[in-house]
Unconditional design. Structure first.
Length: 583
């Protein structure tokens, strides 16, 4: 370890000097309380350090010690159901040790060193193994099997492997490498957060990440291994959308990063997730969730680290062959942390004061998502679907963070405060949002759900766009001046908006809708449009058609259980009967 002294303190930025062994992004311990920091700039003999804790009380002359290693996370059994801060300190363990407030300089292992895990070997002594191969499994909880992998960079013959109960730091296997060296393997790995984990090959996404949110799954789907952003002004429902995706997304594991958001929002997550029954397993949803909590009252520098901590944990589980949903709420707060540190480093500012490398940093983060073939002799597929909320000031979509994000992600769910104020949830604007995965997913929807899925989607989108055009005319000359066919378009579009796109996030059934049920709902609406159009051709009044009892029954049908899809077949029969009855 090399020592230095502080020469300047400016908020979370500390400047030290004379540490020739130091390297960029090395972790250092600052001051007498050994606060955690990271070297972010080296200029001559001066080191600029961003400190991840409150720097009050530090002054010139205080010691700085480098650890000689980059900021890394501990990866192994015990992470699931865990709640960490931005640099992977376990908040529950800190609470048990110090109480409600985090003591500065506290050092608590990220993974419990005392707890023993039962290891079941999957290979035998004498087997040839390489990085990524699964040595054994640990049943971390009732839901997730934790797979112990050969660490990156190790290849050779397995000399010994043990079964039984061990802590994460105890040796469970010995590998004789090709160079003749014996490598002891434990259940825990360490990985630098700024370095992406290696894989064999990245694949094009072709399977949707089912979320149960109808406007997302049907109109603007996200693929497993895809990237999406949810920008919107204050109060438009970004966090609620993120919560819904965390609850219902068709992913094996959820990594939720609360980056700079209000503490009460993270509290909602902590209270809700353990109480929600996972529809896939019947257990608590928390059993397949990792939470990174770095709220707005925590040190600003740690916001940057929290994003990298979350994506590194997600990559680790991806390498096991799992599908991961990563929620980052919100990347705007992360960008603000970059801006503050850039200003204190006296770097040349870019647009709106953000650093010139903002777009590069955002791209680096989202590029770590994807569907990949993992390392190892037995090929496994794993994916990370990254969904980032963006909070532009005043809902300004020209904000640099929004624009830099849109250049990278392929799904844009634009939230509209007007929809939110009308209590329309999710408040995703169907006229401005888009998904570039629609064509990638065409074969899946056509094969696995229904052959006419894409046709129905295109018809629904065309109706909503036509409605927007007709509303301009209605404002000028009134609805009665429209032709019966155009009035029908408005009525069917209203059905799509109010009975299909609108969901109740707090309703036991309506909170989640399967892809099959979504198909049946949309099919009924467009069938009604076609039957009404035919009836209008036979001189039936539109006013009689739009008050048919079957439409009210359909509004209630979305609240029926997922496995009771026969309801929609009955509604189609009633629709035909009631139209015949008024002809």
């Amino acid at each position: 370890m090399s020592k230095s002294q502080i020469v300047k303190v400016s908020g979370p930025l500390v400047v030290a000097r004379d540490m020739p062994e130091a390297k960029m992004y090395d972790v250092v311990r600052v001051g007498k309380e050994a606060l955690i920091g990271e070297i972010v700039e080296i200029r001559g003999n001066r080191l600029s350090i961003q400190v991840y804790e409150e720097t009050g009380g530090l002054g010139p002359g205080d010691p700085v010690t480098t650890t000689g290693a980059p900021l890394s996370v501990e990866l192994g059994p015990g992470m699931l159901e865990g709640i960490y801060d931005g640099i992977q300190r376990p908040l529950e363990a800190i609470y048990n040790k110090t109480g409600d407030l985090i003591t500065r300089g506290i050092a608590v292992p990220s993974l419990d060193r005392e707890k023993k895990w039962k290891l079941t070997p999957k290979v035998q002594s004498g087997d040839q193994v390489e990085a990524g191969d699964i040595l054994g499994v640990v049943q971390e909880n009732l839901v997730i099997e934790h797979r112990i992998m050969v660490p990156y960079g190790i290849c050779g013959r397995l000399k010994e492997i043990k079964s039984g109960e061990y802590t994460v730091a105890e040796t469970i296997a010995v590998i004789k490498t090709d160079s003749g060296e014996d490598k002891e393997i434990c259940m825990m790995q360490q990985w630098p957060v700024r370095q992406r984990r290696t894989y064999k090959q990245k694949l094009a996404p072709s399977v949707p990440l089912s979320t149960g949110q109808r406007i997302i799954d049907t109109l603007f789907p996200l693929a497993k291994g895809g990237t999406a952003c949810v920008p919107g002004p204050f109060g438009s429902g970004k966090t609620v959308v993120q919560h819904q995706l965390a609850k219902w997304a068709d992913a094996d594991i959820v990594v939720y990063v609360g980056c700079g958001e209000r503490g009460n929002e993270m509290t909602d997550v902590l209270i809700e997730l353990p109480e929600i029954e996972d529809p896939r397993t019947g257990q608590s949803l928390m059993k397949r969730t990792v939470l990174i909590a770095n709220t707005s009252n925590m040190p600003v520098a740690a916001r940057e680290a929290s994003i990298y901590t979350g994506i590194t944990i997600a990559e680790y589980f991806r390498d096991m062959g799992y599908d991961i949903a990563l929620m980052a709420d919100s990347t705007s707060r992360w960008a603000e942390a970059l801006r503050e540190m850039s200003g204190r480093l006296e770097e040349m500012p870019g647009e709106e004061g953000y650093p010139a490398y903002l777009a590069t940093k955002i791209a680096d983060f989202y590029e770590r998502a994807g569907l990949v073939i993992t390392l190892g002799q037995h090929q496994r597929k794993g994916s990370i679907s990254a969904i980032g909320a963006v909070s532009p000031p005043g809902g300004d979509m020209s904000d640099p963070v929004v624009q830099a994000t849109l250049k990278v992600v392929k799904v844009f769910w634009g939230l509209d405060d007007k929809l939110a104020f009308r209590r329309h949830f999710p408040a995703i604007n169907w006229l401005t949002s888009y998904s570039l995965y629609v064509e990638n997913l065409r074969d899946y929807f056509g094969t696995e759900i229904a052959g006419d899925w894409m046709k129905l989607r295109q018809q629904a989108m065309a109706l909503l766009q036509k409605e927007a055009e007709l509303e301009e005319i209605v404002r000028l000359i009134g609805k009665d001046s429209l032709s019966p066919q155009d009035q029908l378009t408005l009525e069917i579009a209203k059905l799509i908006r109010e009975d299909f796109l609108h969901q109740n996030a707090f309703h036991k059934v309506d909170s989640y809708t399967s892809l099959q049920k979504q198909y049946h709902m949309l099919k009924f609406i467009l069938l009604a449009k076609e039957r009404f159009r035919q009836a209008l051709g036979q001189k039936v009044s539109l006013n009689k058609l739009i008050v048919l009892p079957v439409l009210e029954e359909f509004s209630q049908a979305k609240l029926v259980a997922e496995d009771d899809l026969s309801t929609f077949d009955l509604l189609e029969q009633k629709l035909s009967e009631q139209i015949e009855g008024i002809k």
